[in-house]
Design a protein around this ligand. Structure first.
Ligand SMILES: [Zn+2]
Ligand SMILES: [Zn+2]
Length: 468
């Protein structure tokens, strides 16, 4: 035996490679050395809520057949999907309620996919943008997950390789820009041959999801599907992203936090603020039942914007003022003639009314007033995270905007970085720090989806979770 050979590093590596030859031979069966690896053909038939056309009745339960799983696609058997309020118009086909005052036209192009040659309403699309489930098959290029893994299909992709991911803003991952009608890939077919697509490459309102792996985060938990579906839903991820990560801004112990709007995002933000150590947590919502839940999950104060009226901002400022504002005594000086301090962090989670609520209505269906109030109740030098969709443009007090020291953060999913943060959110559920059960107020089987979506739309439930 050549002495040199036995000690060279290169040959050590070569020997260990030879020892692994058994494994390599196994792999070769599914990964030929040359040419494209084969797609995984399941031919699986599955039930899916499919939207097409316009108006009420555009979403119906149909049976489809899966196309082969290729490339970086992951076949996920859906366990649970949260019914996001953002998709109320797409699912229920209801027009936005008319407003009393004329609104400026929307600014074209803001984050919307560019107009394509295909019209999304002409396509058969599975709605939803996320869920949790079990991996049943993976395309030949998938690395992140394996068959049998439990996964969160995140509404926000995370490639880890694009400019924005690498600069710490994976909530703005480049893959998010490729979800327009022309970008979508058919994942199945209806019996009449109509191709079936998924909202945002994800879907969720079906027995299967076929996202590319960039949208998939492995989670290792045995918690019940509805609870995992809640904490991994886009709403909880946004609320926790804003308050329990350092993605956009950080909560330090004993900080004051105000949460404007107590739907699933706001109520998750209340919990994230509690978990992160905030000691004053003010939750604001017109719906009494939601304020009660806010108190149950960690709010220290609740306010009704209808009852407070124009005094809402001053009330938040007074609740966040420390015992002294004396100069040199370490007080939190209100600054100028502002009554009181203002919250260190404000999370705006109110948003527009997609339909007129069947519970207590807020003061402004466009969501604009809530956003303006949120800005004005932020402490000088404080931070505001906005998560709501509004109808129209926002105007703010110019000088407060210009030199009030308020940092505004906007982002997808509250700035959550999916691969970094979602497993941590699941850990909060595992260890009893995040209360998913109290937020998941309507858990329904797949067949009762529309009924639960109406409850979400009219705000008679906090969250709807569909289990498949
Ligand atoms: Zn959503
Ligand atoms: Zn990316």
């Amino acid at each position: 035996m050549d002495k040199k050979r036995t000690i060279s590093r290169r040959n050590l590596l070569r020997d260990s490679a030879a020892a692994a030859a058994g494994g390599a031979a196994l792999l070769a069966q599914v990964r030929p050395a040359s040419g494209q690896a084969p797609a995984v053909v399941t031919g699986q038939r599955f039930k899916a809520w499919i939207s097409r056309g316009t108006g009420p009745g555009r979403t119906t339960l149909k049976e489809a057949t899966l196309r082969p799983i290729t490339g970086r696609q992951v076949l996920v058997r859906t366990e649970a999907t949260n019914l996001c309020y953002t998709l109320v118009p797409a699912v229920l086909g209801l027009p936005l309620p008319a407003l009393g005052t004329p609104q400026p036209p929307p600014v074209a192009g803001a984050l919307a996919a560019p107009p394509g040659t295909r019209r999304i309403n002409d396509m058969a699309v599975i709605q939803g943008h996320g869920g949790v489930g079990i991996v049943e098959a993976v395309g030949p290029e998938v690395r992140r997950v394996q068959v049998g893994d439990r996964v969160c299909v995140s509404g926000t992709p995370h490639c880890g390789a694009c400019y924005r991911c690498l600069r710490g803003r994976s909530d703005m991952c480049q893959f998010l820009s490729a979800i327009g009608a022309d970008d979508l890939v058919a994942i199945g077919d209806l019996a009449d041959g109509t191709p079936v697509y998924q909202n945002s490459h994800i879907g969720g309102l079906a027995e299967y999801m076929v996202p590319p792996e960039e949208w998939v985060v492995p989670i290792f938990t045995t918690k019940p599907a509805a609870e995992v579906g809640m904490v991994c839903g886009c709403t909880s991820i946004a609320g926790l992203g804003a308050t329990a990560t350092h993605g956009l801004t950080a909560i330090e112990p004993a900080m004051s936090v105000a949460v404007v709007g107590c739907g699933p995002i706001g109520l998750s933000a209340v919990q994230g603020a509690r978990i992160s150590g905030a000691t004053t947590i003010i939750a604001i919502d017109p719906v009494r039942a939601r304020r009660e839940v806010a108190l149950a999950v960690g709010a220290t104060h609740v306010l009704d914007p209808n009852a407070e009226g124009d005094g809402l901002v001053d009330k938040v400022r007074s609740l966040t003022t420390w015992p002294t504002d004396r100069l040199w005594a370490g007080g939190r000086n209100p600054g100028g003639r502002r009554p009181g301090s203002g919250a260190d962090l404000v999370v705006e989670a109110a948003g527009l009314d997609a339909v007129t609520p069947r519970v207590e209505r807020g003061p402004d269906p466009t969501g604009i007033l809530a956003m303006q109030q949120a800005y004005r109740m932020t402490a000088l030098g404080g931070h505001i995270v906005t998560t709501g969709l509004v109808r129209g443009d926002i105007s703010l007090p110019g000088n407060l905007f210009s030199f009030g020291g308020i940092t505004h953060h906007s982002g997808q999913a509250g700035g959550c970085s999916p691969m970094r943060d979602i497993p941590r959110f699941v850990e909060l559920l595992e260890k009893g720090q995040f209360d998913a059960r109290t937020l998941a107020t309507a858990v329904v089987p797949l067949e009762r989806l529309l009924e639960a979506y109406e409850a979400v739309a009219y705000r008679t439930t906090i969250t709807g979770i569909m289990t498949a």
